[in-house]
Write a protein that binds this ligand. Structure first.
Ligand code: PLP
Length: 344
């Protein structure tokens, strides 16, 4: 009955079976095996374009390496103040970019507010050695607050960015949940809306440890192989990363998994709406819920054995985060609602 994180889950059986199959026999190392080649083109086909794909094992590596290809060391990356790159990656984006600065923009519902782009413009001072050069903007889709950018907002931000020689990164650790929520194609949500590089997550949604850097802008693919190797993410036995993605993308497993996770979040949120004093902090667009509940309800839920985090600073308040996943048990969702109602 764990609603702490979609990282608290295991992997989909299909992914584990693919790993076992990939274990058969010998094959060439360092991504020179047929399965890796197949997966790279499978991802490119999924996005209906000629993308360059690099598999890595963590979202932090995907994000940091992507950003390192988008900004010089004296550059800057605009981002959300609570983005994973800003608060949860231990300075990896700064490290891999050689010291580029992360500049937070204003929040609206867990997303970068388009209003704040005006403020961002004040940071764009070109050719002055005393100032960093804004070079990229990073959007998280779905956001850390469980909300989703509509494609036309991504387009608006991208148009603004490109007009200022700024490239667009999308942290898609929960890209599948966003696609299910948007009901559009992966292409529409990314390069057709102006995204230059996507960190395409797999680990939270059924893979064991697999993420893909999907580069739509060919200029940024140059030398990326060297970046990945230097970061220690060129796996000698790459087939074990590729096989996960192969299964993830077969028969739309990635979409089925995210559909279940999002549906569980919707049911959970609807059930909690009846609790007196429940205050939702953001709309529930994907698989995360942020809701303020009476203390008695929170204590009752903990006493009944449910696991989840208190989320507001200093993490002792009454806002909790609930995360559903591809394998969330519907009975646990019902039991959670019942327990909350009982305590209320
Ligand atoms: C929005 C977001 N981006 C990226 C990541 C990837 O992180 P990790 O390096 O732990 O795989 C996470 C994981 O929590 C995340 O929530």
């Amino acid at each position: 009955m764990n609603f702490c994180s979609d990282n608290a889950t295991g992997a989909s059986p299909e992914v584990l079976e693919a790993l076992i199959r990939a274990n058969e026999g010998h094959t060439m190392p360092y991504g020179n095996d047929p399965l890796t080649k197949k997966v790279e083109s499978k991802i490119s086909d999924l996005f209906e374009t000629n993308a360059t794909v690099f598999l890595v094992a963590t979202g932090t590596a995907a994000n940091s390496l992507a950003l390192s290809a988008m900004t010089p060391p004296w550059g800057a990356v605009f981002c959300h103040p609570k983005s994973h790159i800003q608060v949860d990656e231990c300075g990896a984006p700064e490290f891999f970019s050689g010291g580029a600065k992360l500049i937070s923009l204003d929040d609206v519902g867990g997303k970068i507010s388009t209003e704040s782009l005006k403020v961002a413009e004040q940071h764009i001072i070109k050719g002055d050695v005393h100032h960093v050069l804004p070079s990229a903007i990073s959007l998280t889709q779905a956001s850390e607050a469980g909300t989703v950018y509509p494609n036309d907002t991504v387009r608006e931000i991208s148009d603004w960015a490109h007009a200022h020689d700024i490239t667009v990164h999308m942290d898609g650790a929960r890209f599948a949940n966003a696609i299910v929520s948007l009901g559009c194609s992966p292409a529409e949500a990314t390069w057709k809306s102006g995204v230059d590089i996507l960190s395409f997550g797999g680990s939270k949604n059924g893979c064991m440890a697999a993420e893909a850097v999907v580069i739509f802008n060919p200029d940024m693919a140059e030398n990326f192989a060297f970046r990945r190797k230097r970061a220690g993410h060129l796996f000698s036995k790459m087939r074990f990363i590729s096989s996960q993605f192969d299964a993830y993308l077969t028969d739309d497993l990635w979409l089925k998994n995210a559909t279940h996770a999002n549906a569980m979040a919707k049911i959970l949120a609807e059930g909690l709406r009846d609790i007196e004093g429940a205050e939702f902090q953001t709309p529930v667009d994907a698989n995360e819920i942020f809701v303020k509940l009476p203390e008695a309800v929170i204590s009752g839920l903990y006493a009944d054995g449910f696991e989840f985090y208190r989320w507001d600073e200093p993490k002792a308040g009454r806002v909790i985060r609930l995360v559903t996943a591809f394998n969330t048990n519907a009975d646990h969702v019902d039991a959670f609602i019942e327990s909350a109602k009982k305590a209320a």
